[in-house]
Structures are given as C-alpha cells and as structure tokens.
Ligand binder design. Structure first.
Ligand SMILES: [Zn+2]
Length: 337
C-alpha cells in the first residue's frame, strides 16, 4: 500500500494583474491497494477507522474500504461474530413486531417488478433472505420463492414460520452452480458487506433468466444530509464500520455499478432520510433511546400514509428523495441486458 499526494493538486503559482499571488490548492491525500487479482484500487481518503480507510476508488467508481479483506477472512469473521452464535428470543420478537411495517416496502418492490415482467414470470431468489419476510410477501402474491441465508437460526425460522425453501450457503461462483435461474433476484443489506461486489453482480447476472430483474438495496452513505449531520455529532463518520461494511454506495454509484455489470437501470428509490432527525435536534447517534423514538416516528409516518390511502404519495416522495441522493437506504432496480 502506498500513500502519496495527488500531483494534480499540488500547490501552484498563479499570476494576477496586481502582482504574484500564491494559491495553495487543497492537498488531498490518496491511498492505493492492490488486490489478489492485481487490480489497483486508488483514490482520495474519505475516512479512516479500525486500521482501514474508505477511499473514493477510481478503479471501482464507488467508495470502499482498503485494505480489502479476502472472502475467507470474512466468512470466518461472520461465522465467529454472528453465525456461530444463537440469536436471542428478543431479536425474533423485535423483528416480528416490524414485519407488517416491512411489508409496505416489500409490496412496493414486487409492484415495481410485476409491472414490467411477463405475468407468467414469477420465480424469485432472495440473497440474504434473513427471517424470510420479503419472500413470504412474494409467496402470498403467487411467486415461487427460494432464499439464501447463511445464518442457521434465520434459515430455520423462515422454514418453520413461512414454509420457505432456504439454502444455508454463502453465495459464490462455486455455490451458484446449485441454484436454478430466476425471473427476479432481490438482495437487501448484503452488497455493502462483500469484498467483491462485481463478483456478486456477475453471479446474479448468470442466475437471471433473459430480461430478468435485479433489485439491490443498501445504505446510502456519505449522502448530503449525513455530511451536514456529521458536524453536529461527536462520533464522526458513524456510518463507517469496517470490517462489516466494506462498500459505501450512493444512488449514482450503485446504478453505475449495475450498468457496468450488464444491467439496465430502470427504477430508483430510497427510504426515509433519518439524518433529518439529527438536523432537527434529535441526535440518535450512540443513543438507543432516541434511536428507538425516531425509528417509531418514521414508522408511524409511513403507516399513516398507507392507512390513509396515500401510499402512492409516499412512493413518489421517496423516489424524489433518491433523485437528490437522499434517503437512509437506497434501492436500485435493473434489467438484465
Ligand atoms: Zn476499488
């Protein structure tokens, strides 16, 4: 790894009519890292934490951590931190209490996909299917559903409670051979954890039927409201969390990545911009009580809009937010070319 100063941004002399004036341009530190395939990831450092730096990678064209941990390190890490440990009953109860609210967004995704797919095309694969809430909504709408979920407890829950077909595997080019082709592939809060998002999208491309649809959701990081809120909180860059979060997408960089991997983006949306609460004086960073209160407030807003027949208004509002790169989590829909 090398650290260097960008030559194009070194200080320069500029002549004015009134005489000579020295203008020191902003000196931006860059870092680089060569991965196992020999690709060089280089870019301006946006943040540093836990012996890692987030760079605006010029090669990948999205923000990610360097050094990039390899896949086997991550598999061991998740096995020890999460998958090897039993989830508490509290965890399942909390998740269950939010299924109904989650269904608002799951139904929106199926509506978007069903609008453009042939009505006979109804097989969906959910990568990182968790407790199975997204697939259960699909099942109720008549889809044939398959999930991939490496957590034994979550996979067991989905089988027992929703009678879903779940494989307990990590998706890779080897394990992908066991999976059939689908009309729709969904993946929420997975891509930010991966050492190689290109590989994941290439596998998804191969697992889709011709003209199949992919929907990728992930946090919307380094977004404009987050940057303002960063001035108001003590825990700077709170969203930077390696080695769990390795990639930090915006709506534009995620759309660009999908285009580079053989997809045509046709729909983008986002979720409520939670950072607004910090700007309104409710600093929830590191405060679980305030975090819980503001989370409930956004749920109440979204449920009120649904219950008063304004779900379409909410959808249009959140799509508009995504066009401004706002919203806490983004979702990009794209069609296999
Ligand atoms: Zn890169």
């Amino acid at each position: 790894m090398a650290e260097w100063l960008c030559s194009g941004l070194q200080s320069r002399l500029r002549r004015f009519d009134s005489g000579f004036s020295l203008h020191i341009l902003k000196i931006m530190k860059k870092k680089e890292f060569q991965d196992l395939k020999g690709n060089v990831h280089k870019g301006a450092i946006l943040s540093s934490k836990n012996d890692a730096s987030v760079i605006a990678c010029e090669y990948c064209e999205f923000n990610h951590v360097i050094p990039i941990p390899d896949a086997s390190f991550l598999e061991d890490y998740y096995q020890n931190e999460y998958l090897g440990k039993r989830a508490s009953d509290d965890f399942f109860q909390k998740m269950e209490s939010e299924f109904k609210w989650n269904e608002i967004f799951h139904n929106e995704k199926y509506d978007v996909v069903e609008d453009i797919l042939d009505h006979r095309a109804r097989t969906v694969l959910d990568i990182g299917s968790g407790l199975g809430c997204f697939l259960n909504v699909g099942k109720k709408r008549g889809w044939d559903c398959i999930g991939i979920e490496p957590s034994k407890d979550s996979a067991k829950y989905a089988r027992k409670n929703f009678k879903l077909n779940i494989s307990e595997i990590f998706l890779s080019s080897e394990t992908a051979d066991q999976i059939s082709k689908h009309d729709f592939i969904h993946s929420q809060e997975v891509i930010e954890h991966l050492s190689d998002p290109f590989e994941m999208l290439n596998i998804i491309h191969a697992l889709l039927k011709p003209k199949g649809i992919v929907c990728i959701s992930c946090p919307n990081d380094f977004n404009p409201l987050q940057k303002i809120a960063n001035n108001l909180v003590e825990n700077k860059d709170w969203w930077v969390a390696p080695p769990e979060h390795l990639n930090y997408f915006s709506i534009d960089s995620l759309s660009n990545l999908l285009s580079k991997c053989g997809f045509e983006v046709f729909h983008k949306t986002s979720t409520f911009p939670l950072e607004l609460f910090i700007l309104m004086g409710d600093n929830y960073i590191g405060n679980d009580n305030i975090g819980s209160i503001i989370h409930k407030k956004r749920m109440i807003l979204e449920e009120n809009l649904l219950n008063h027949n304004q779900e379409n208004l909410r959808r249009e509002l959140y799509q508009s937010l995504s066009s401004l790169n706002l919203g806490r989590e983004i979702a990009v829909f794209a069609r296999k070319k």
